[in-house]
Write a protein that binds this ligand. Structure first.
Ligand code: ZN
Length: 165
């Protein structure tokens, strides 16, 4: 399963709710877990593997979850600034403001209700992944100059990968 990169229009599409948790959805989740583990990331959203469905995988410290149709139902007023990156923009990092705490609801892969109250890094990862479901990337929160600088970092990273490949 290939993680698509910035510039691919699939990353900008608003993903559709999962209507039924079919075997295809379970296989998709499995592939996403493998891709995430391989890349040592904190989270992956289905649009990042070019599937326009509302499904995310989150793996932060002792929290591991596959969430179908995740939704932020509550968020703290307090926001915190933290460094963020994205598997679809390898090599690029920037500071982004996020809610310090969020409550996320959705379904497990078995169709049972899922809820997590997340804070700090875990809250950040959920906000980042759920953004992907709406076609939003972390660079969208940056000012123009910072966004261009971050995209330059990303392009430089791609060229380095080509040289070392
Ligand atoms: Zn991302």
């Amino acid at each position: 399963m290939k993680i698509i990169l910035y510039g691919d229009p699939a990353l900008r599409r608003k993903a559709q709710p999962v209507e039924r948790i079919t075997n295809d959805i379970k296989q998709l989740a499995n592939g996403m877990v493998r891709a995430l583990t391989l890349q040592k990331g904190y989270g992956l959203a289905a649009p990042q593997v070019a599937v326009s469905q509302r499904l995310v995988v989150v793996d932060v410290a002792d929290h591991f979850a596959i969430v179908v149709n995740p939704k932020i139902v509550d968020a703290s007023e307090e926001k915190v600034l933290g460094i963020e990156g994205c598997l679809s923009l390898p090599g690029a990092h920037a500071e982004v403001w996020r809610h310090q705490q969020v409550c996320v609801r959705g379904l497990t892969l078995e169709g049972a209700p899922f809820e997590v109250k997340a804070d700090e890094l875990l809250a950040r990862v959920y906000q980042h992944e759920i953004d992907h479901l709406d076609g939003v990337l972390f660079i969208d929160y940056l000012g123009e100059a910072k966004r261009l600088q971050t995209l330059k970092e990303y392009e430089r990273g791609l060229r380095e990968q080509e040289v070392s490949a």
